[in-house]
Write a protein that binds this ligand. Structure first.
Ligand SMILES: [Zn+2]
Length: 258
């Protein structure tokens, strides 16, 4: 049984594959698209516009950064509600039946074989594309900085209060690039409220993309989290892409620590 019909687009997209920057941009939550056969997972349009379905603002920020730095970018083509490509398969957040207070009818009562269909169609091709790209550029002599782009909701429906940070930087096992990036960003943007491993920690065992593709290979990595109310308009996304890009340019200029 296949998840994608001929009219559904590819499970991922690669922009600027031959970009020359020593950077790989990855976007795990780029799109809120649902394969046609899944009938919106039983959700109305307004739920698919929420942060539970994707990371608002990030597709545009990614394009801006790919252009500015001449960097390749690999992005998912489908909603995290179908499969969250930044979660370990078969863990509860991977194909959520409930997300931030919203029940996802199309994800209730899935058995392992139904989950496997989603992994085979979406998760596996996306991560294989990242693996293949990294294998190629590393074989050619470049060890790229992996930049994992995300955005976060200013407030969860499920509670927890306001999140005051304008941008957060997450890290897990390796903060070699993140620590100087936080300093540079704060110095260049003295009015910004910058979170260090906020609004959540990058060290959580649920995360997949950075541990698997960057940490295991010993690649430098940075995970910025942009607050969604600041980046959900094109103008806002452009402003924050520029701010992040200015700090990233300064980091590359000063050189990544070994
Ligand atoms: Zn995200």
């Amino acid at each position: 049984m296949s998840l994608l019909s001929p009219d559904d687009p590819s499970p991922f997209r690669i922009e600027n594959p031959n970009g020359r920057a020593p950077i790989l941009l990855v976007s795990d939550h780029d799109s809120n698209r649902i394969p046609a056969g899944l009938k919106q997972l039983g959700l109305p349009d307004d739920e698919l516009a929420r942060h539970i379905a994707y990371d608002p603002g990030i597709a545009r920020i990614g394009r801006r950064l790919a252009e500015r730095f001449d960097a390749p970018m690999i992005a998912t083509g489908y909603s995290r509600l179908v499969v969250d490509c930044n979660r370990v398969p078969f863990t509860p957040g991977s194909i959520p039946a409930v997300s931030d207070g919203t029940t996802v009818p199309g994800n209730e009562a899935l058995d392992d074989s139904a989950r496997q269909v989603r992994y085979d169609a979406l998760f596996t091709p996306y991560h294989a594309a990242i693996t293949q790209h990294l294998d190629q550029v590393i074989a050619a002599g470049t060890r790229p900085l992996v930049v994992a782009l995300h955005s976060f909701t200013p407030q969860l429906r499920a509670g927890g209060g306001d999140r005051p940070w304008h941008i957060g930087f997450l890290w897990g096992a390796d903060d070699r690039a993140t620590a100087p990036m936080i300093d540079l960003f704060a110095r260049l943007n003295p009015d910004a409220v910058v979170g260090a491993n906020q609004p959540y920690s990058g060290g959580s065992p649920e995360g997949y993309t950075v541990p698997v593709h960057a940490e295991r290979r010993g690649l430098h990595n940075i995970t910025p989290e942009f607050r969604q109310d600041l980046v959900s308009t094109p103008e806002g996304a452009d402003i924050w892409a520029e701010r992040f890009g200015d700090a990233l340019a300064a980091l590359l200029e000063q050189g990544l620590p070994g």
